[in-house]
Design a protein around this ligand. Sequence first.
Ligand code: SAH
Ligand code: SF4
Ligand code: F3S
Length: 483
Amino acid sequence: MYNDNPTIKNIDEDKQGDVFFKEQVANKTEENNKKFYIESYGCQMNFSDSEIVASILSDVGYTPTKDIDASDLILINTCSIREKAEDTVRKRLRVFDKVKEQKPGVLVGVLGCMAERLKKKLLDQEKLVDLVVGPDAYRDLPNLIASAEDGDKGINVLLSREETYSNINPVRLGSNGVTAFVTIMRGCDNMCSFCVVPFTRGRERSRDLFSILSECTDLFNRGFREVTLLGQNVDSYKWKNPDTDTTIDFADLLEHTSQIHPDLRIRFSTSHPKDITDKVLYNMAKYENVCKYIHLPVQSGNSNILKKMNRTYDREWYINKINRIYEIMPNCSISSDMISGFCGETEEEHQDTLSIMEIAQYSMSYMFFYSERPNTLAHKKYEDDIPLEVKKRRLTEIIRLQNQMSFEHNRKEVGQYHKILIEKVSKKSDEELAGRTSQNKMVVFPREDAQIGTYAYVKINDFTSATLKGTLVEETEYLQHQS
Ligand code: SAH
Ligand code: SF4
Ligand code: F3S
């Protein structure tokens, strides 16, 4: 049975690795008697948006709390990407209903993609919800809260062509003080046929370069050492400087951010294979502090399915792109997203996904079975005709292959040297710290006198399929082993 397989279950609960997770927040001094509690689901962009929401709320006197029972306002920042993601939110709303029964004055608000997708329907279906606020309407939250306090339901799901929240300084929630997300663009103009995001997030727009640079500089000055530039399709970042009339593309943005400080690492997500250019790849190669890691979702390895998905590249084109990346940066690691059982997918077409995974040598992947989303192009045009057991069996094959490849990647790391940024104490032992390589692999090592938030050099001497294990070495020893 599907739910008996913990690997797959984990994936569909949207709790994978860094990209899909649930975050319960927060930690700020109690300086006011109004408190909000927020949970975020879905992608990094949602997590990043919750920090914008926290900033807007703190301006009107709310402080965050981790204690739901102590809160005056309960917010849930939601995801609609798959049916399961929405089911999870509905389950959480049942829990919030109970809190509200105990404390009738508390307000419950639904934010994010589910609010945008369902709009007023959500208020009709969820009687105890007071606020429904879409991703472009967070500035309106204080007004909506005020009207909800007066007993009216507050709803704003207007999408915007301009909103980038560029002047809002996010309140970092649940932060490790070392790594942070910085949103560089919002929305998506691609129309992948399976995807709900263009409907929930609206048109693509890029944020002012200078506001991005000042946010990153501020983070660096506060001790942060890594920023992840976020967007649904970062490679199509485009911003025109009104003073000089020059246009800044993503490769330029990477160059500018990498020059803030050599000790500030830059990551980015997500790249669309059709848009990532040689200029981006050369700038990645040129700057040591731009991490050698690209998340380049393929979705399917078969050209016919890719066409039906409206991904605008085919198998051969994708393989050429992968080859180009490894040619320009032989030390780059690549990860992917895959969907099994898209409309009409045959066994041969599924085999093409397995084979492209081997060609691309992904270091890791996020893997899903197709979940039809209402009103998407695929919903209108194609029949969701692959039986659930077949979708799940194909997904299991994809996961099994990725696990083997990840294991193999890690095995090859034994004996290698890496520079890592130390992020945290290891989950398993206080005596160990954990940090990431440029290629986004977590390395656990005995702490000695190393400090969180600094760089260290390690030699890898052991591994599991998820983690590398290493020991600290001197910089000279590391440098001797760099070719
Ligand atoms: N903008 C990113 C992806 C955003 S959604 C990109 O273009 O790659 C994250 C992932 O969810 C997608 O890459 C896709 O693999 C998966 N996904 C999106 N819609 C889905 C659906 N209807 N069913 C199953 N998986 C889906
Ligand atoms: Fe969805 Fe495609 Fe846009 Fe990614 S690029 S958010 S998969 S429509
Ligand atoms: Fe989900 Fe919306 Fe992100 S649908 S994946 S939270 S953009």
